[in-house]
Design a protein. Structure first.
Length: 437
């Protein structure tokens, strides 16, 4: 009897589940342009993240308003002394380009609610409230266009300044001076700003949402917002840092400070399935996103290059962050590190750009990238003997990417044994080029 009921219910449940999936998908069919942009993104591999806002004046990160419980009145004084006279969009873009980066994603408005661009939807903008009075995103957009770098905008869903961000979320609760407001007006405000961002700055690579986690139960009107973006610019890729599985309408999946599946930061919810869309991991060059004067955790050049290689081995782009200073300059130490990564990519870029995760699964000390029949093993530690689990389909030839010498190896029923003499070892990455059968 019970078995019979189960037999009847299971197909009905399956049907309901499937039809739900179909409805969700049928809401959004990516355009040709969007699919091409996804492919470009998959191949681009490396981008620059920029966290820049009036908070940089305090040199204590982009969360300073909530960390120090600065009231609305007090925080509103910050823009009056934000005057980044050293800002030079061309220099920033050239720096990114020389680092081997293919795109830039900059904070257009962070959780403090301050717009770093000219907006008619609010007066709380760089143009209206700072002595600088210029739209830095405009300069950046023009410089990016000149250099062939794609521009993405980070956009915070969360806002500690706007009263209409109401009911409030779980952060910023100690900020005094916040009033009650109207959620629907807030949604309209975001739509107005996104329309500006997608109308006044030329072609935009993507919109990078953040802050969903502040109000897990809110109705963000994603359907309308995502549709608006794709209607305005069909190729524009949408990503959302909600730490869950991708939602209909999103074009890439992002991971914060964690390679897909690693979840060492405990951001990811149980629902963060790794999907099929292009992926991106974001990480800081030191320990902070926004400028932090006392941050001494600058990662070494080797750590940064390893992160980029690992990201590629996990089928991911790396979006590497710098937090420019309030004068508009990027910390010289970070400029130097980016140049070093660029040098490495100059000689080894072929093993990164345009590749996808290789057939050999990534481990702590080794990842693989692949383009067609060419697979690159990136050995990230200096060891003489390496054991590589069986490569399905077999191996045609094996050589060192750098010296082009043949690699001494042995194939047995378990896999591939490589012997790497010291003279072939590279202190950053010993790359083995394998042609697959
Ligand atoms: C987190 C932080 C935010 C930062 C973002 C970048 O969401 O709250 O400040 O912009 O990570 O990934």
């Amino acid at each position: 009897m019970r078995v019979n009921i189960i037999k009847r219910i299971v197909p009905i449940l399956l049907f309901l589940l499937l039809s739900k999936a179909i409805i969700a998908q049928s809401n959004y069919v990516p355009t040709k342009e969007n699919l091409a942009a996804r492919q470009w993104f998959d191949e681009a591999k490396f981008g620059l993240f920029i966290h820049w806002g009036v908070y940089s004046v305090l040199g204590d990160g982009e969360w300073v308003m909530q960390q120090q419980n600065i009231s609305i009145d007090e925080y509103e004084k910050l823009p009056t002394f934000f005057n980044p006279i050293q800002f030079n969009a061309d220099e920033w873009v050239k720096m990114a380009k020389n680092a081997g980066m293919k795109y830039i994603c900059i904070t257009s408005r962070h959780h403090d609610g301050f717009s770093m661009f000219d907006s008619k939807a609010t007066d709380y903008t760089i143009v209206k409230k700072t002595p600088y009075q210029k739209d830095v995103l405009k300069d950046l957009a023009d410089a990016c266009k000149r250099e062939g770098i794609k521009l993405f905008f980070y956009y915070s869903l969360l806002d500690w300044h706007n009263d209409d961000y109401f009911p409030r979320g779980r952060t910023g609760t100690g900020i005094r001076g916040r009033n009650d407001g109207d959620w629907e007006k807030y949604i309209a405000f975001m739509k107005a700003q996104l329309t500006e961002l997608l109308t006044n700055y030329g072609e935009i690579g993507g919109i990078w949402f953040d802050g969903d986690w502040d109000k897990k139960k809110a109705d963000w009107h994603y359907d309308e917002i995502y549709q608006l973006i794709h209607d305005l610019q069909p190729q524009c890729l949408i990503g959302n840092n909600h730490h869950e599985a991708v939602k209909p309408g999103e074009d890439f999946q992002m991971f914060e400070k964690d390679l897909p599946g690693r979840s060492t930061q405990n951001f990811a919810s149980d629902a963060e399935d790794i999907g099929e869309l292009p992926k991106e991991v974001c990480e800081t060059i030191n320990g902070s996103w926004g400028f932090n004067l006392k941050d001494r955790k600058h990662k070494s050049d080797k750590e940064l290059i390893h992160y980029l290689i690992k990201a590629a081995g996990f089928d991911c782009n790396l979006l590497l962050n710098v937090g420019p200073m309030p004068n508009g300059e990027i910390q010289p130490k970070h400029v130097q590190s980016l140049a070093k990564i660029g040098e490495w990519l100059n000689t080894n870029g072929e093993t990164i750009y345009g590749t996808r995760q290789g057939v050999v699964s990534p481990t702590e000390e080794m990842v693989s990238t692949q383009k067609g029949k060419k697979m690159y093993l990136h050995l990230l530690e200096n060891k003489n003997t390496w054991f590589i689990p069986e490569i399905k389909g077999g191996v045609e030839s094996i050589r060192y990417y750098k010296s082009k010498n043949k690699v001494k190896h042995e194939v047995n029923s378990y896999g591939l044994l490589l012997e790497i003499p010291e003279k072939e070892q590279d202190s950053i990455d010993t790359i083995i080029e394998i042609t697959l059968k």
